[in-house]
Design a protein around this ligand. Structure first.
Ligand code: PLP
Length: 415
């Protein structure tokens, strides 16, 4: 069946025809038959260079041999036990070893679960109720953080979800990114704040980069007001480098959340941080958290294999940085909009200056983006279909892929 037919049927079976909103590309999404390395093959027989990479987890590309072998080895031994496994210690050891702020870790099944649990833990630890998030920050699809959320929520124009109790949202306060004064002002007036949660680099409307010193300011201000700092590293973890944004920017959070890359492309999430806080998590302490699929062996095996490969090949990060620089140079030739990148995250914003916060991101010309996105797809390059989602590169993108992407930027931005 062709993509158009599959989507017609999907719309009768699933709301909007999809399993997650941002996939509902108009007039219909392409359906993927298989993927390998940097390429997707659709059911319609089209070959695409993939710069979406499952929205970030696949830093090694599709079906990377080391990860595939680890999954296959695990499948032979079964894939769900409902008991602890030695694999948990392997992955927990790598994550705690790479992140000085993460002394203990708990595995869950998604990034959303990780931020939900980290927020509960912060409330349990401090005894306070409010949280502060960044306007346009995205931390998953649970109630407390679905307020002015980025990602698909912004793309579809529903940054505040129906069905979220007003009483609950009243405990979620917002400040603009890159504005330490706004954070300090809010903390001075609200003495019931348990935690400030932020993506160190805004990945879900960006990348929008932190101003010099912003993350250090945030650390200082939260500490001064006895508010826990939660770094949401679901995107930046192992993408900003080994040790994520914590190490790249030298900022030490009280808690951190992870997902995406740490599962090697299988579902996973994790939260971790200071031992004295983590020891409040059940069964060690009174903050309840649990999950049937938490720490599932296949995800742990895949994640461990991926992280080991990154440790063994740290040159991957330099290569990816050079690759996005080359694409950025091609984009700059067009003299239209502005290209922002950090490592393997990149985006062309249809706005004259790099945005510094959500308000500025929303000033982008989304119609120009749509035309550009379609033109890129026609040349065989799949970018996430929104001005408000970051693009990703993987170690599997070849020099030829990068040249093709750079050429496409040149031609599609000039069009
Ligand atoms: N936090 C951030 C920064 C994310 O980018 C995402 C997902 O894109 C999440 C949390 C939620 O993760 P998941 O989609 O695995 O629930």
């Amino acid at each position: 069946m062709k993509s158009s037919d599959l989507f017609a049927r999907a719309q009768t079976l699933m709301p909007g025809g999809v399993s997650s909103p941002v996939r509902a590309i108009k007039p219909y999404p392409f359906y993927v038959e298989r993927a390998a390395g940097s390429h997707l093959t659709t059911v319609d027989g089209t070959d695409l260079i993939d710069c979406c990479l499952g929205y970030g987890p696949l830093i090694l590309g599709h079906a990377h041999p080391a990860v595939r072998e680890a999954i296959e080895r695990q499948l032979e031994k079964g894939w769900l036990y409902g008991t602890p496994t030695p694999l948990e210690l392997d992955l927990a050891g790598v994550i705690t070893g790479d992140h000085p702020a993460v002394e203990m870790v708990r595995f869950v099944s998604s990034g959303s679960e990780a931020t939900m649990a980290a927020i509960r833990l912060a409330r349990g630890y401090t005894g306070k109720q409010d949280i502060i998030k960044i306007e346009g920050g995205f931390h998953g699809a649970h109630d407390a953080v679905l307020v002015k959320a980025g990602s698909g929520a912004t793309t579809l124009g529903v940054p505040d979800s129906a069905g979220v109790p007003a009483s609950l949202v009243a405990h979620t306060r917002q400040v603009p990114y890159n504005d330490p004064e706004a954070l300090e002002t809010l903390l001075a007036e609200d003495d019931d704040v348990a935690a400030f949660i932020l993506e160190p680099v805004m990945g879900n409307v960006g990348p929008v980069l932190p101003d010099d010193g912003y993350l250090a300011d945030v650390r200082e201000i939260t500490a001064a007001y006895d508010v826990l700092l939660i770094l949401d590293e679901v995107i930046t973890g192992y993408r900003a480098g080994i040790g994520g944004a914590e190490v790249l920017y030298g900022v030490k959070p009280d808690l951190a959340t992870f997902g995406k890359i740490i599962g090697g492309g299988l579902p996973i999430g994790a939260f971790g941080g200071r031992r004295d806080i983590m020891e409040l998590v059940a069964p060690a302490g009174p903050v309840y958290q649990a999950g049937t699929f938490s720490g599932n062996p296949a995800s742990l095996a895949a994640g461990y294999a991926a992280l080991r490969h990154l440790h063994e090949h740290p040159e991957i990060y330099r290569r990816l940085d050079e690759a996005t620089r080359a694409i950025g140079e091609a984009a700059a030739d067009a003299g239209k909009g502005t290209f922002v990148r950090i490592g393997s995250l990149f985006k062309h914003f249809f706005r004259s200056e790099p945005p510094r916060d959500y308000r500025e991101v929303k000033e982008c010309d989304t119609e120009a983006f749509s035309r550009f996105w379609k033109a890129m797809l026609e040349t065989g390059i799949f970018l996430p279909p929104s001005q408000f989602e970051t693009n990703f590169l993987s170690a599997a993108h070849t020099t030829q892929d990068i040249e093709q992407i750079a050429d496409a930027y040149r031609s599609c931005l000039f069009a």
